[in-house]
Ligand binder design. Structure first.
Ligand SMILES: [Zn+2]
Length: 348
């Protein structure tokens, strides 16, 4: 299906758009330069797809607003139909190099939640190290625990990424580093190879100078994503409190304000709990967002805004499906049903 045909079909389906007075907050992470030769990784969205999604929002008449404007709507108990707010998590440099020009072109506001300790760091996180490792690896397979992972084709490497990432999710930081070193050895690569790769520049975090450059735009605001991006439920109450409050202090020192907060990973109960909610409120944030799926209504609390995660596989048909109310269905339908709904939308 060509982009032109897709857009025609989507505009037709837009006529049936559910005109509820609800808003959708979208979560992005990384927006890669077009044609970046990285294996497919869910949170690294192709920049061309990001462009198409922003163009679709504007050309279809969506009301794209900042989180601050959305909080005002909630306060006034009136949310215009088709309201969308854009957010980015983590603080990737490609938010500046790729997403920002597109947001400026279409005059779309966005909030970028930065892990303050990442900003200015030359270290990549393990998902990015793993993605580069698998992209560069030139061996037929890697051994992970008792499994052999085929990594000849790009699609095999993408599957391997998911399997390794799942394995890493069960390890602590030292365990992850040990396992990464083992995978590097199997691929005859060094950590320096990862950082010398041209892919590094596409995957690194912003510097504070770059944050300041973006913050000059009236379209962009920055929020806190803690200091070290740790799962709050794994921390002591004191450490969690420090992650939540200190990140606000750092960003306020740099930018003069920090009104919004996003929990790392962001799912209630799994990644944060009620005590972290109370800490975020006590830290003075006006707006708090989660990674729990759902829409925002006039009954929503600005301290508990749900979001919808946009991943690299979410092409325009799925994007349209979400915007037409697919996320509400997701609450009551199984994940398999949601996928079936997406496929149905794609083939119509
Ligand atoms: Zn994050």
């Amino acid at each position: 299906m060509s982009t032109k045909l897709s857009l025609t079909g989507l505009k037709r389906s837009f006529k049936s758009f559910v005109s509820r007075h609800e808003a959708i907050v979208l979560t992005y992470h990384s927006t890669l330069p077009s044609q970046t030769p990285l294996i497919p990784v869910p949170h690294h969205l192709d920049g061309d797809l990001f462009h198409d999604q922003m163009h679709y929002l504007v050309s279809s008449g969506f009301n794209c607003v900042s989180l601050q404007q959305l909080a005002e709507y909630i306060k006034n108990k009136s949310i215009p139909s088709r309201t969308v707010a854009i957010t980015f998590d983590d603080g990737f440099y490609n938010n500046l190099s790729v997403a920002f020009p597109i947001l400026e072109r279409y005059r779309i506001p966005a909030t970028i939640f930065i892990a303050a300790g990442y900003i200015g760091s030359t270290r990549l996180n393990w998902p990015e190290e793993l993605a580069i490792l698998l992209t560069l690896a030139n061996v037929p397979q890697l051994k992970l625990a008792d499994r052999d992972l085929a990594i000849v084709s790009s699609s095999e490497k993408a599957v391997a990424y998911e399997q390794v990432a799942r394995h890493f999710s069960m390890l602590d930081a030292d365990g992850i580093q040990t396992c990464l070193k083992n995978l590097l050895d199997q691929a005859s690569l060094s950590r320096e190879d990862l950082y010398r790769s041209p892919l590094y520049e596409s995957l690194r975090f912003m510097t504070w100078d770059e944050v300041h450059a973006m913050a000059k735009s009236e379209l962009i605001s920055f929020g806190s994503h803690t200091v070290n991006h740790r799962r709050l439920v794994y921390l002591s109450p004191d450490d969690a409190q420090q992650e939540i409050a200190q990140s606000s202090d750092i960003i306020q020192q740099q930018l003069g304000a920090c009104a919004a907060f996003a929990y790392p990973h962001g799912r209630w109960h799994k990644d944060f709990n009620d005590s972290h909610f109370n800490m975020a409120v006590a830290a003075g944030y006006d707006i708090v967002v989660t990674a729990d799926s759902g829409t925002v209504t006039t009954a929503s609390s600005p301290h508990d805004l749900r979001r919808e995660n946009i991943l690299n596989g979410h092409h325009l048909a799925h994007f349209d499906y979400l915007l037409r109310g697919g996320i509400s269905f997701a609450h009551i339908r199984s994940r398999a049903d949601v996928v079936r709904g997406m496929l149905t939308g794609c083939t119509q």
